[in-house]
Write a protein that binds this ligand. Structure first.
Ligand code: AGP
Length: 613
């Protein structure tokens, strides 16, 4: 996820671009840049690694950049580490085309190969440079003008994009195209604005056009035109934004946590597509892992903290079931001080959203010192854990602002699913066909997550009844126990209600003494092998006064006879049910927190990344 701004009109562009980028830093902040054009002169481009403040420092007095037409970008790296070279804007070699992009071009490598065969060279590691040069290629090859060149290019790419381009032959004009990534076009008198999100332009206008997928726009002072993919003119309605600036940063959601819960379908889809093709084949080459590496693994050691550790608990079941490789899961802060033997031919998987968690980083270093190979599953390109691991699987969740992780957690789940499927295929536990079928099922998860989100009001109604709860228990077996661990943490860290996750079979070994009238116990039952066992544990709880919420898969409607409140998730392969079962539990934590009036996005005592011990 990145932030894009554009402006053309009567005023100087640079101040407007920098102000807009500052408002969009929550969308990405590892590097930034602007390109401003004064009449027919070539654009002046300034780019810098780091935050907008670093870019401003590099520019110096903003008056030094003259021109009333320009584009800008603040980046959340997905392809290519954060650097000045990889920062946007990107340009064709002769500056005929210069542009910025938000989104992910899935087939950028094949496009880059095509362009190289046609004499193009590349200076960055980004997918964006590929699409900019593809537009340039069609612009020069067919000579049909910018809109037709853009149309040809976007018909050729797979993925999501919000594109803003300037053409040397068209001074004072900006061309846009959109598919899947957000973009709005603002208007104030003769001034025209482009932004990834409303906050960037609220100080200048509340009047906006919404450009739809596979549509293009042409902006110049006093004129805003829209076109469909066939370059036919479209008529758009100017609408009024009613949000305040702060609400706009959260995309209209009350909190970043809720916004990020709703970004999970896209984040999961992007992460799956980052290593699969349209034939459901997995390609792990971007991680650096080879088939030989995978065949040499005798043990897997998964290490993380908090939610990342809970992902490891889920991954343990999935890896062992699919590959037969023994898997050990460790809390990083415990592992790093224990003198535990690490067997040779172990693959150590370090899971970390931030890639900066001190305990996880030290655990990684301990594994490397023991001479084993390390794979990082991280969400931040170029983070410490990513840089020090032997292999890296980047999740594409985008910036996660809320302290309580949701979309990063969900992308880590599917990252591990994909690794387990590919490991099993390479090692002969799964046929190519079986592996592809599992990938095909994985690709249904975004829609299934969305279906659960569409029914969130039921969860809100139920959660509000427990705003004053003192204790909430989560019970489950196998994968469901791992899901309970995450559900319990979400409840604790967002609502401050004490909560425990328990292996359902363990309850009778002591903890059940805590169950008394009205205590909420959430039973998670998605694993058919043990569902009857968990249900009988739930009945034990109910007979002692517990108040039951049953979370199970559609079809297990007998849960209605046992639980006081039921939530049914769509059916999926039982290895993947956590990706669905965790959504209602995220919502439970959020809504109980809301009902208790605590700070959902920044809970007390917590930090987004624990970079100290
Ligand atoms: C989860 O909601 C918490 N924010 C916390 O447990 C977090 O998962 C943990 O600190 C690990 O962070 P990391 O993934 O950035 O390493």
């Amino acid at each position: 996820m990145c932030g894009i701004v554009g402006y053309v009109g009567k005023d100087q562009a640079a101040p407007i671009l920098l102000e807009g980028l500052t408002k969009l830093e929550y969308r990405g902040y590892d590097s930034a840049g602007i390109a401003v054009r004064d009449g027919k002169n070539a654009p002046v481009t300034v780019k810098e690694k780091g935050r907008i403040a670093d870019l401003k420092d590099k520019i110096g007095p903003v008056e030094s950049i003259v021109g009333t037409c320009g584009i800008g970008h603040t980046r959340w790296a997905t392809h290519g580490a954060p650097s000045e070279t990889n920062a946007h804007p990107h340009h064709s070699d002769d500056d005929a085309v210069i542009g910025v992009h938000n989104g992910i071009i899935e087939n950028y490598e094949e496009i880059r190969d095509k362009l190289k065969r046609n004499g193009y060279r590349f200076y960055s590691q980004t997918d964006t440079e590929c699409i900019i040069k593809l537009v340039d290629y069609y612009y020069k090859k067919y000579g049909e003008g910018p809109l037709r060149a853009i149309s040809r290019a976007i018909l050729r790419v797979r993925g999501s994009y919000a594109l803003c381009l300037m053409f040397a032959d068209y001074p004072g004009e900006i061309f846009c195209a959109r598919n899947g990534s957000p973009m709005i076009i603002g208007k104030n008198g003769k001034d025209a604005f482009i932004a990834s999100d409303v906050p960037a332009i609220l100080n200048h206008t509340r009047k906006v056009y919404y450009i739809d997928n596979m549509e293009m726009a042409r902006l110049k002072e006093g004129s805003i035109e829209f076109y469909n993919i066939d370059c036919e003119p479209l008529v758009k309605t100017l609408t009024e934004i009613t949000w305040d600036a702060e609400a706009a940063e959260r995309g209209g959601f009350e909190h970043f946590m809720m916004k990020e819960i709703h970004e999970q379908p896209k984040a999961v889809e992007d992460t799956i597509h980052s290593v699969t093709d349209d034939k459901d084949k997995i390609d792990l080459s971007s991680t650096g892992l080879t088939a030989e590496d995978i065949k040499a693994i005798d043990n897997i050691l998964i290490i993380g903290c908090g939610s990342a550790y809970h992902v490891g608990m889920v991954a343990q079941y999935v890896f062992e079931d699919m590959t037969g490789i023994p898997v050990r899961v460790e809390v990083a802060s415990e592992f790093r001080y224990r003198r535990s033997p690490i067997a040779p031919n172990t693959l150590a998987i370090i899971i970390s959203q931030s890639g900066e968690t001190a305990d996880s980083l030290e655990a990684l270093r301990k594994c490397k010192a023991a001479g084993v190979k390390t794979l990082a599953i991280v969400n931040v390109i170029g983070s410490s854990i990513a840089r020090e691991a032997d292999y890296v699987f980047y999740t594409l969740a985008g910036p996660e602002i809320a302290v309580a992780t949701t979309k990063a957690y969900s992308t880590q789940l599917v990252a591990n699913d994909l690794l387990a499927i590919e490991f099993a295929r390479v090692r002969g536990n799964l046929t190519k066909k079986q592996a592809a079928a599992l990938v095909k099922e994985l690709k249904t998860l975004p829609d299934k997550i969305q279906r659960i989100l569409d029914d969130k009001e039921r969860i809100q109604w139920f959660a509000s009844k427990f705003a004053n709860a003192n204790d909430i228990f989560f019970i489950g077996r196998g994968l469901d126990f791992a899901t309970c661990m995450e559900g319990s943490l979400k409840m604790k860290e967002t609502s401050y209600v004490h909560s425990e996750a328990y292996a359902a079979g363990e309850l009778k070994h002591g903890t059940i003494s805590l169950i008394e009238d009205g205590i909420l116990v959430i039973g998670v039952c998605t694993q058919s092998e043990v569902i009857e066992k968990t249900i009988s544990n739930m009945v034990e709880v109910k007979s002692r006064g517990g108040y039951l919420m049953g979370l199970t898969t559609a079809g297990n409607y007998n849960m209605e006879d046992i639980a006081n409140f039921c939530v049914f998730i769509p059916k999926t392969d039982e290895h993947f049910t956590t990706s669905l079962a965790v959504i209602p539990l995220q919502l439970m934590g959020y809504y109980v927190s809301l009902a208790r009036g605590v700070d959902v996005d920044k809970p007390r005592n917590l930090a987004k990344s624990v970079t100290v011990e």
